[in-house]
Design a protein around this ligand. Sequence first.
Ligand SMILES: *Cc1c(COP(=O)(O)O)cnc(C)c1O
Length: 356
Amino acid sequence: MRPAHALIDLNALRHNYLLAKSLSGQGALAVIKANAYGHGAVHCAEALSEVADGFAVACIEEALELRAAGVSKPILLLEGWFEADELPLLVEHQLWAVVHHQAQLEQLEAAHIASPLHIWLKLDTGMHRVGFSPAEYADVWHSLERSSKVASLTKMTHFARADEPETGRTEEQLAVFADATADLSGPASLCNSPGVLAWPAAHGDWLRPGIMLYGATPFSFSQAQAELLQPVMQLESRIIAVRELPAGEPIGYGSRYITQRPTRVGVVAMGYADGYPRHAKDGTPVLVDGQRSQLIGRVSMDMLTVDLTELPGSGLGSAVRLWGEGLNASEVAAWADSIPYQLFCNLNRVPRRYIG
Ligand SMILES: *Cc1c(COP(=O)(O)O)cnc(C)c1O
């Protein structure tokens, strides 16, 4: 059997969720969109079912998968509904919905639904992706307040640069939020993971932690709270071949890497078809038997090559960890001009094994 696999530690997932909650004491929706960032949405929801206040996903398809698996906690659709015919299903399955666009207001008013919906009304405080402008927000809020289709209203916005505290941008977004919602009474939700970890003043009533649940830091620098996260996914495989090359020999496709010295090369059963980033550069850290080694040569579909010259005790069959304990996915992502979010979401082919 091919040794590549992703080991998912559900105890670590619970630990990270409870860390988010402990930082604010408020409610927290565990964001498990995109198959829980590649970790398996149903497994993650079940693992969190005792502790989580609820969940958030990107669309009704993701929510219905959870409901079909028996997940009964609240589920928020982060972009609400895309087409009006979803509305009766939202009611039937008790899904909460973000409303971010004029077209959704019209669809809601025209809808024939058996009971009113819990709405999170999105304010665009400067991300400029989705949400109502500060100028129109209060009017929309009041019209929904009067609507018989609305059971409750929550104020909501999203940060563009909460992972870059020095930019001043989050303070600006917070000021816009405070100003536009000053006269509106209702719970507020602002924080993604970097907001949860680094912006306690912004916590409001509902947190929306995503990447931190999976134990990857959203920051490109060391951050005290993020240090407390536990990696959930161990992406692992083994060395399946070893060869000794003299100096001056190329390795792999395109001969990207040329040996600088006599080199002992280990071939790992892991490639971009598994989700390992093809753009990882020479030097990307890899753990072999728990010790740091590095990627040399281009990542292929099913294999990649690492330098074993400094690890004489390692060889055929040695355990390889691509990310996880001892090697944060954020560090690997930086070597591939990517982010841990994308590394996790791209996970493919490798079987997931669950512990905890
Ligand atoms: C995905 C998402 C989150 C979670 O973001 P992380 O950075 O992964 O914590 C929170 N809020 C919204 C609206 C999202 O789309």
